[in-house]
Write a protein that binds this ligand. Structure first.
Ligand code: DGY
Length: 320
C-alpha cells in the first residue's frame, strides 16, 4: 500500500471524519496519536494535501514550506484569512474554502445577535433567572424600528443579512470596495460617511490586510450614542481596544460580537460590560451547515484526487 499523503492539520470535525472515510487510506491523522506535532513532522515529506478545520491555525509561507510536496489545501470555512492564499497561488498550491453552504445560518445568527443586542435579550434572560423580576420590571430597551443599518461588506453573507433586515422594515445601506449592480440599497464608498448616517453597523466583510481595524475609534464615534456594532465576520476588522473604550464611555450604546481579535481569549473587560452580547464564534455552527461544510471539503479533495478542477477554489487560486 502506498504511503498516506493527505494531512489533517487540525482535529477534524465529526462530520469531516465521516466524509473522508471513502479515502481514509490516504489520510494522515496525527490527532489519534499521543504526540500529533511530532507525527506531523515525521510525515512532512509525504504530505501532498492538507485538510484544515481550524481557522486559527496560521497556514503561512513558512508552514506551507514545511511540506515540500504540498499541492492542495482544503479549508473548512468560508473565511481563509489564516491562509496565505497569495503565496499559495504563486507557488502552485490550490486552496479551497466552503462558501455558500453557511451563508443562511450566518445571516440568521447576525439577525439573532442584532435583536439580542438591541432588545437586551440575554440580559433579560439573566434577569429572570436571578430573580430580578420579582423585585421589579426589566428596564426598557432600545428598539429596532426606525433604525438605519449599514452593512460592511455586501458579499454573500452581507446580502443574506440585508434580505432579512428588509423584512424588519429597516433602512439599509452598505459599504464595500465597489457599488454593486442591481442593488438598490444606498452605497457608501466611504465607511466613515456611512457610519455618520447610520446607527447600526453589521460587519460581514472578509478579513484581509486592507480590512484590518476598519472599524476604528473614529467610525464608532460617528455611529453616535445610540450606535450598535454587530460583528459576525472576523475580530481583526474591529479595533477591539477602541470598541471597549467607546462602549465604556457611552460613545456607542451596545455591541453584539460573534468574533474577537484573540479567540478564544475574550477580553475580561468585554466580559464585564453589560451592554455587549458575546457569542463563541458560532455563525456556521449548526448541525446542517457543519455537515454541508464537511461534504464540500471532501468533494473538493475528491475532485483533486481524481485530477478534476476543485468545486470552490478561493479567488486567488481560481486562475489555475
Ligand atoms: C467561516 O466559515 O469563516 C466561519 O467563521 C468559521 O470559521
Amino acid at each position: 500500500m502506498s504511503e498516506a499523503f493527505i494531512l489533517l492539520s487540525s482535529p477534524p470535525t465529526i462530520f469531516v471524519q465521516d466524509e473522508i472515510r471513502g479515502f481514509a487510506d490516504k489520510v494522515i491523522d496525527p490527532w489519534a496519536s499521543e504526540a500529533p506535532q511530532s507525527t506531523i513532522e515525521s510525515k512532512a515529506h509525504s504530505v501532498r494535501a492538507i485538510i484544515n478545520c481550524n481557522s486559527r491555525l496560521s497556514i503561512n509561507a513558512e508552514y506551507m514550506q514545511s511540506f515540500p510536496k504540498l499541492e492542495f489545501i482544503a479549508s473548512h470555512g468560508v473565511g481563509y484569512d489564516n491562509i496565505d492564499a497569495v503565496w499559495a497561488a504563486q507557488n502552485g498550491i490550490m486552496v479551497t474554502n466552503t462558501p455558500d453552504v453557511l451563508t443562511e445560518d450566518v445571516a440568521d445568527l447576525a439577525m439573532g445577535l442584532l435583536l439580542s443586542t438591541v432588545r437586551m435579550v440575554p440580559q433579560a434572560d439573566r434577569f429572570v433567572r436571578s430573580g430580578g423580576w420579582r423585585k421589579g420590571p426589566f428596564p426598557l430597551s432600545a428598539s429596532l424600528q426606525g433604525r438605519r443599518i449599514g452593512i460592511v461588506g455586501l458579499g454573500r453573507i452581507g446580502r443574506a443579512i440585508a434580505r432579512r433586515a428588509e423584512a424588519f422594515d429597516i433602512a439599509i445601506s452598505y459599504h464595500g470596495r465597489q457599488r454593486q449592480a442591481h442593488v438598490d440599497y444606498d452605497y457608501y464608498a466611504d465607511l466613515l460617511s456611512m457610519a455618520k448616517d447610520c446607527d447600526i453597523l453589521i460587519v460581514a466583510a472578509p478579513a484581509t490586510p486592507l480590512t484590518r481595524h476598519i472599524i476604528n475609534a473614529e467610525v464608532l464615534k460617528a455611529l453616535g450614542p445610540t450606535g450598535v456594532l454587530i460583528n459576525v465576520s472576523r475580530g481583526s476588522l474591529v479595533d477591539e481596544d477602541a470598541l471597549i473604550q467607546t462602549l465604556t464611555s457611552g460613545t456607542i450604546s451596545a455591541a453584539g460580537l460573534d468574533v474577537y481579535e484573540d479567540e478564544p481569549n475574550v477580553s475580561a473587560t468585554l466580559i464585564d460590560l453589560q451592554n455587549v452580547v458575546l457569542l463563541p464564534h458560532i455563525g456556521s455552527a449548526t448541525t446542517n451547515t457543519r455537515k454541508a461544510m464537511a461534504q464540500l471539503v471532501a468533494a473538493n479533495v475528491r475532485a483533486w484526487l481524481s485530477g478534476h478542477d476543485p468545486l470552490t477554489p478561493v479567488p486567488e487560486c481560481s486562475g489555475f
